[in-house]
Design a binder for this molecule. Structure first.
Ligand code: AMP
Ligand code: ZN
Length: 113
């Protein structure tokens, strides 16, 4: 499968991996848009949010609690941070394997551009 995140998960191409377990991997974004910009990527290939099924309910909850725990361990939980998942063209999705952007270290605008 021609999926860049599956290739990272399968160690076919390199990435800076901060954490991984049986469910997900956390990598450094290659083009960071904040002082801290990591991607929480499920190991299971799911192309977009539109492809989620009830099977993934627990996985999605796990991604959020992992993000919150990471915020605490990076000492940004109180200052705050942003979690983003883009979907398809209008959402700005460029890699079609779902992932959550974890961004911190500066204030973010609302609404986003
Ligand atoms: P999105 O545009 O929401 O699909 O997010 C894709 C993200 O993946 C972007 O922020 C890219 O900078 C990032 N990205 C693309 N290729 C790589 C890679 N090889 N390693 C790490 N991050 C990547
Ligand atoms: Zn994939």
């Amino acid at each position: 499968m021609d999926c860049i995140f599956c290739k990272i998960i399968n160690q076919e191409i390199p990435a800076k991996i901060h954490y991984q377990d049986e469910h997900l991997v956390i990598i450094e974004d290659i083009a960071p848009k904040a002082p801290i910009h990591r991607l929480i990527v499920p190991k299971r290939h799911i192309a977009t949010l539109n492809d989620l099924t009830p099977t993934e309910h627990e996985l999605i909850g796990y991604m959020y609690t992992t993000a919150a725990n990471m915020a605490k361990s990076l000492n940004v939980a109180d200052d705050g941070y942003r979690l983003i998942t883009n979907c398809n063209q209008n959402g700005g999705q460029t890699v079609f394997h779902i992932h959550m952007h974890f961004m911190a270290g500066r204030a973010f605008h609302w609404p986003p551009g």
